[in-house]
Design a protein around this ligand. Structure first.
Ligand SMILES: [Mn+2]
Length: 229
């Protein structure tokens, strides 16, 4: 398992975990109403995972409204949702010991020009990084595909974490997709691709999908186009 190649069984269980997570996200979208709190959405995520046959959350669910989105690992609070905020939800179900990892950022109310601009940059960065995922690709080249584009757009200082990681029975497994990684991707690995832009005191956007190296279709059925609620 040196290269962390996944068995067909593990891949199938991860796809099921991702499918449960997709359904949970449908419930989250329905629950995003004015006045709801970050904690309430995080509690809903766990309840829905269990209702849908998952065994729990793969990691502490991140729900971030407005300026909270500027913290990549924001812990949900009693902050209430208001029109004009972006909402980032990073979550994953566990199904038969295999994990899903998924992030979407949606606009609650009509987004500002800047919100649209930042979203578009992250979306294109994710598209480029996903396109760079291939058997034999250098992990740091996948990271660079996202990072260089974000920097070109003037947000280089606002991309403050790596582009992705392996996932399986653990939420963070090899390989690591960041600027320092010496690893190469291999067909049969499952990795996340999750660029983001974080603007302190203001907003954040992250978009994350899991992909099977050598196959490339995101595990989630949810579009990455900006959803406006
Ligand atoms: Mn992740």
């Amino acid at each position: 398992m040196q290269n962390n190649i996944k068995s067909p069984s593990e891949i199938a269980r991860m796809r099921k975990a991702a499918a449960i997570t997709d359904e949970v996200f449908d419930s989250v979208l329905s629950a995003l109403r004015e006045g709801v709190t970050e904690k309430e959405i995080a509690d809903l995520v766990l309840a829905e995972i269990l209702r849908l046959g998952g065994s729990g959350t793969a990691f502490d669910t991140i729900v971030a409204f407005g300026e909270s989105g500027a913290e990549p690992h924001h812990v949900p609070t009693d902050k209430r949702l208001e029109k004009g905020m972006l909402v980032t939800v990073d979550m994953g179900a566990v199904y038969e010991s295999c994990d899903a990892d998924f992030t979407r950022t949606v606009a609650f109310g009509e987004p500002s020009e800047k919100q649209r601009e930042v979203y578009a940059v992250v979306l294109e960065a994710q598209r480029r990084a996903l396109a760079a995922v291939a058997d034999g690709a250098a992990c740091r080249a996948v990271d660079a595909a996202a990072r260089d584009y974000i920097a070109e757009c003037g947000f280089g200082d606002n991309y403050i974490h790596g582009t992705g990681h392996g996932v399986g029975t653990e939420i963070h497994e090899p390989p690591t997709l960041n600027a320092k990684s010496e690893e190469m991707l291999a067909a049969g690995q499952v990795v996340t691709v999750e660029p983001g832009i974080y603007i302190a005191g203001e907003m954040g956007v992250r978009i994350e999908d899991m992909v099977l190296v050598g196959e490339g279709t995101p595990f989630s059925r949810h579009s990455t186009a900006l959803t406006v609620l």
